[in-house]
Design a protein around this ligand. Sequence first.
Ligand code: ADP
Ligand code: MG
Length: 335
Amino acid sequence: MKTEWNLSVALSNLRLFLSLPFLCLLAISLPVMADWTNRQAAIMGTRITVEVFHPQKIFAEKAIDAVMDEMRRIDKSMSPFITDSLLSSINRSAATTDVKITPELFTLLQTAQHFSELTHGAFDISFASAGFLYDYRNRIRPDTDKLSESVDTIDYHNIQLNETNHSIHFSKTGVKIDLGGIAKGHAVDRSINILKKMGIKQALVTAGGDSRVLGDRQGDAWKIGVRNPRDQNLVSVLIPLENTAISTSGDYERFFEEDGVRYHHILDPKTGDSARELQSVTIIGPDATTTDALSTSVFVLGRKKGLALINRLPDIDAILIDHTGKLFYSAELEP
Ligand code: ADP
Ligand code: MG
């Protein structure tokens, strides 16, 4: 479907790398070459890395500026932490009135709803109805009563999108939404499109656990590592990729432990509690919006249901690490 998705190259090379005893999503850079320009910045609550190939340094810097501006623009509109973001105003008002939103956000919300349908509600941006009760940095979680009350408001069917006037309405009070499971992927895709329009043919854009590569890296594949969920200095799998997106969701990004139980930021919408069957899920696919949403989804679905879903989807592959640290692959990647 997407011509750029060069799965066969990725897969044939991938087998060579699966056994490497390394482990965060980090791009392994080849020796620095003069025509490559890269920059990092902290935006969207995460680390953004952009690397582009262009013989003119000034042009490359301009292209990176454009990507960083795009990331900041999306953050301003979609962050739940910025009180005057469009997302925050939706959460304040959509239960009482129709809130008019931008075509961009409308389309992304439709995409989020599509993934909710596809995953039978494992992916659900209204998880935030309970999610806002957690504060991982300050080790705060809701008590059982509070949690069960708020879990009743998690249901993507409560999010009503009106196509005729591009508005959103919540059919229940207490509903809140959060795009943390899909917005970074969206931002990465938008960034890659900006770079393409500027004539860039080879680039990497990473936002936290979501990356997309354009072209190759000077005749070689890009190498993206999946970290060991319990040791950030170790790479579990190194994946060669070209013209592809890759996302990893892990239980180590935002969490705290209490009585040996890990409370982390990926919630099962059925319980409002963290999903604990897996430690990390990596999804490889044509675009980062898809891989971002699916990595969160499969994390919630668990190994069996998650792999069954991925094996049904064309052009999508997955690498899972379960709660014992064991690796599992979707059918196409099976070593
Ligand atoms: P990150 O790269 O931020 O670690 P992930 O892609 O793994 O992100 O998604 C985790 C984020 O997704 C959480 O911080 C939260 O904002 C959101 N999220 C958590 N649970 C769900 C869910 N069941 N459905 C949709 N989004 C979720
Ligand atoms: Mg995700």
